[in-house]
Design a protein around this ligand. Structure first.
Ligand SMILES: [Ca+2]
Ligand SMILES: [Ca+2]
Length: 176
């Protein structure tokens, strides 16, 4: 009986560890990158990419996929949480330091779905789904297993204006 209990305890432990996002064997397929106060989780579901971003600010947070230098040509998804509402926008970096809504660019469109967000003391989390290939030239095509540069940004605490300057910007790379 003791042996059975020990095996059961090990199974519970294994399950708990498997629940951690940075475990490559996560049965739900989530991968995690923690970098400079940001925590990015993502997984490929069919032809979509599901994303959860937590940043160290009660203002806006943003993640950019791909691009040439900093924001330039990066597909930037930016969001802010205010009260019970959240606003998440599909942007594009038109130079190294400027991003605008895809909707404001010729032929561009919003390609972010299942948007939600929450705010805790000192941090903001946004979640969304976007196609790996939206067909919009202002969203970079992604593929499972592809190495991709990633930009992580946030505004100042309490600043929910998606067009305001970033306070923090970090550059890293992930494997989709
Ligand atoms: Ca778009
Ligand atoms: Ca975009």
């Amino acid at each position: 009986m003791k042996k059975v209990m020990a095996v059961a305890a090990l199974l519970v432990l294994a399950f708990l560890f498997a629940g951690c996002g940075d475990n490559p064997f996560d049965p739900e397929g989530w991968q995690t990158e923690s970098y400079q106060g940001f925590n990015l989780r993502w997984r490929v579901q069919g032809s979509d990419l599901e994303v959860e971003l937590t940043g160290p600010s009660t203002g806006w947070v943003a993640v950019g996929f791909g691009g040439s230098y900093l924001m330039h040509d990066s597909n930037i998804i930016i969001g802010a949480v205010s009260g019970s509402g959240c606003s998440i926008r599909d942007d594009f970096g038109i130079d190294s330091n400027t991003h605008v809504s895809d909707s404001s660019l010729p032929g561009g469109q919003q390609n972010v779905y299942d948007k939600s967000g929450s705010e805790a003391s000192g941090s903001t989390t946004i979640t969304f789904t976007t196609p790996l290939d939206s067909g919009d030239i202002y969203d970079n095509v992604l593929a499972k297993g592809q190495n991709c540069t990633v930009l992580l940004m946030c505004g100042a605490d309490g600043n929910d204006n998606l067009d305001s300057n970033h306070e923090t910007i970090a550059n890293t790379s992930i494997t989709i």
